[in-house]
Design a protein around this ligand. Sequence first.
Ligand SMILES: Cc1ncc(COP(=O)(O)O)c(C=O)c1O
Length: 416
Amino acid sequence: MKDMGAAITDWTSMMEKEGRDVLAKAEAKWELGDQLKEMGLYPYFQPIEENQGPVAIFRGKQVIMLGSNNYLGLTTHPKVREAAKRAIDQHGTSMTGSRFVNGTLPMHEELEAKLAAFFGKDDGLVFTTGYQANLGVLTALINKSSVTVVDKFSHASVHDGCKLANGENLTFRHNDTEDLERVLSKVSPNKGILILVDGVYSSEGDLAPLPEIVRIAKKYQARIAVDEAHGVGVMGPGGRGAVHHFGLQDQIDLIIGTFSKSLASVGGFVVGSKNVIDFIRHLGRPMIFSASLPPSSVAAAMAALEILIAEPERAEKVRANATFMKQELARIGYHVGNSSSAVIPLVIGDELKTFCIWKDLLDAGVYTNPFLYPAVAKGQGTLRTSYLATHEQSHLDQALAAFKTIAKNYDIQSAA
Ligand SMILES: Cc1ncc(COP(=O)(O)O)c(C=O)c1O
C-alpha cells in the first residue's frame, strides 16, 4: 500500500518518458490506474448522474456535494434555465464563428457592458471559457519586451497563457511578497511588467495579499491582472470578488473571470480600461481563432449576474457556510490551511490515504475532490471542499458527522 502511495505521485513521470515512438508512452499499460479502478479508488472522470446543486446522485447514491463551484447555486435557478432556453429558441445553438467575424450578437455586447459596470471598469470582453480569457489577455498584451511575474500557485490557464505569449516568464513563491519584490528588482528597467495573481486561489482558498502587491507594483511601475474565478459571487461587497473585498478596483488594471463557477454557465471575461480592452479584442488570439460563446451560455451568465446583483445576500450565505465549516473542520482536527473563501482544503498528506479517505467519505454520502501533485505539492494530497449558498444547515451537519467518523478512523487530530 505504501509503495502505491509513492507511485501515485509518479503519474506525471509517465508523460516524460520518450523513445523514438511518440505514442509508446501512451500505449503502455497503466497498471497503477487499473489497480486503483479495481479498488474503487480512482476518482477522476467519474460521471455524476444528477448534479442539481447541494445534493447530487453519484454511483447511484445521494451525496452532499462539497466538490462543486456552483457557489451561488444558480445552475438550476428557473430564471437561468429559462434565459438559456429562450436564447436557443431565438438564436440557435452555436455562433459557428469567432467574435472577430460572425460570432457577435447584441447580447454578447450587452453582457460585456453589464460586467464592466458590475466591476466598476470602462469596458469588458467575453471569451468562450475562462481558460481562454487568460490566453486572450496574455497573448494580446505580452510581447518580446514584456515580462510576466506570476504567483506559482496561479491557475494553469495563467501559466499556459504566459507560455503561449512571447515574453519572459518569471514566477514568485505563493503569496510571498518579499519574493515578488526580489523577482521584480531583477527585471531590466526597459521591460514592461505584468503581475498576475488569483484573487482567491482555487486549491487553497486563500486570498492574494492585494494591498501589498499594489504597493510593490507601484514601486516597479508594474501593471496588475487578477484572476477572480473563485472570488466572484463569494468575496467582497455584492460578490464583486477579492479586488473589491480590498477596495482596490481602481488600482488593479484588469479583472479576469469565468462564468463556470458562480455565474452558472461557461465562458470567461476580462474588464479594464476602454482602450486596453479594445486592444485585447483585436489581438487576443482566442477572440480571433476560436468560436464565440454560444447564445445559451451568454444568456445563462447574464441571468446569473442579474440574480447576483438583485440578491447579494447569496454571496453572504456562501461565506457564512464556509466560515462555519472551516471552524468546525479545524475543531475536528483537519488541517484547513489559510482559506478565507468558499474553498476549504483538507490537507491529508499521503496520496493513497487521500484516495482512501475520498472513497470512505463517498461511502458516507459526502462528495469531495482529491487533489494530488501537480495540482498541489508532492506529499500534500488534499481533499478540496467547497461550499454553496444553497447548502442548508442539515447538509453541513450531515457532512460534519461523516468528517468526524473519518477523523477517528484515520487518526486525524489537531496539532493544538
Ligand atoms: C483560477 C481559475 N482561472 C481560470 C479558470 C478557467 O476557467 P474555465 O473553467 O471557465 O475555463 C479556472 C477554472 O478552474 C480557475 O480556477
